[in-house]
Write a protein that binds this ligand. Sequence first.
Ligand code: UDX
Length: 438
Amino acid sequence: MSLRISVIGTGYLGAVHAVCMAELGYTVVGIDVDEEKVAALSRGQAPFYEPGLDDLLAKHHDTGRLTFTTDFAAAKNADVHFVCVGTPQRRDGLAADMRYVEAAVDALAPHLDAECLVVGKSTVPVGTAAALAERLAKTAPVGAGAELAWNPEFLREGFAVQDTLRPDRLVFGVTSAEAEQKLREVYARTIADGTPVIVSDLATSELVKVSANAFLATKISFINAMAEIAEVAGADVTKLADAIGHDARIGRKFLNAGIGFGGGCLPKDIRAFMARAGELGASHSLAFLAEVDAINLRRRQYVVDLTRELVGGSVANKRVAVLGAAFKPQSDDVRDSPALNIAGQLHLQGARVSVYDPKATANARKIFPTLPYADSAVEACRDASIVLHLTEWQEFRDLDPAELAGIVETPIVVDGRNCLDADAWRAAGWTYRGLGRP
Ligand code: UDX
């Protein structure tokens, strides 16, 4: 009989995971405490923008293999339960807020009266899984028959469906051969397609995820530090990145300098990692991550300062067009978005900001309702004293700089992602400023 799967938490991670499990042929129930999210998913609608997700939701809405509910009792008969809830930064410090993970396990446990595997996918501080395993064994009616494993998720928003169905690697943190076997069964098709599997203890599997994100964040802050140097030395950081990226040991990916990283993962994950290292008495090992964070946050400040300088010393009452609100393209996610942060800072300094994003306006409006939003790039740019390109949507790369020059008041553009065609914009009469490039 085909496996029955429950997925607890239907956010960016869980909704995609549930859909992909149905795509692998399993009977899946997605469970969330958010009634609105469950209602949308039950209608076959994704509650956020993620390419490819709507199609698969509709497909498995029709196959009947995928259902959503707020009732944890629906998980009762599943063989494998995936915990996919969020671990945001705590309000009172750098550490991860574990209350959703704990609540998910506590809500699930009373329904586990037959042997099953509970698999954590959320990004958690090392040591969490071992503690949860004990908690589960104490609270589930089946006791130690509800086994815990960890299977970290590495998906990138915007590519979440493909990253889930065809991941670079699978990591199974397990405490028994049976748990490993069950996970190999769940991912049989993915493994048959050639995806490598790394089997480890629970602690290693938890660390793999946070260390991967720490490495990626470090790579971005490294190139942004080089952008700072290039800026003062009159060099070009994009050429530098191309050149060092040809070294296979370095690689070109994640070497795009600009306004830095944001989103629901990298910023809070490096902070939670530092906090956990401190608890373990090893703060010195991750002290460099504080610098990675500081370099990253400096990028936002730098663009605000540059904007002020380019419009003559004060942004008060100046029209500033902001192209992009999402933390990256192909996503409507505005959590810790550098673009929105910059727009907000300028707004608070008295600028007449107009923000446009192809997908993220509704979410941006929710967390920053006082910012003015436009319905198109052209509308945002009308009569602007300066244009800031902050999220690299293809739509912005496709803009005609000549046409736009006729709409703005002053043709000055700051390319916060270093990916507009500088020559084309200059040829159309613009003052073009990249970050760390001439
Ligand atoms: C990240 C990890 O990539 C993923 O493996 C993990 O599971 C979750 O966190 P995500 O947050 O979706 O995924 O975005 P990612 O593509 O990693 O980009 C993160 C941020 O870095 C974005 O704000 C992006 O604009 C920025 N970035 C990325 C750069 O500034 N320069 C780069 O070269 C690459």
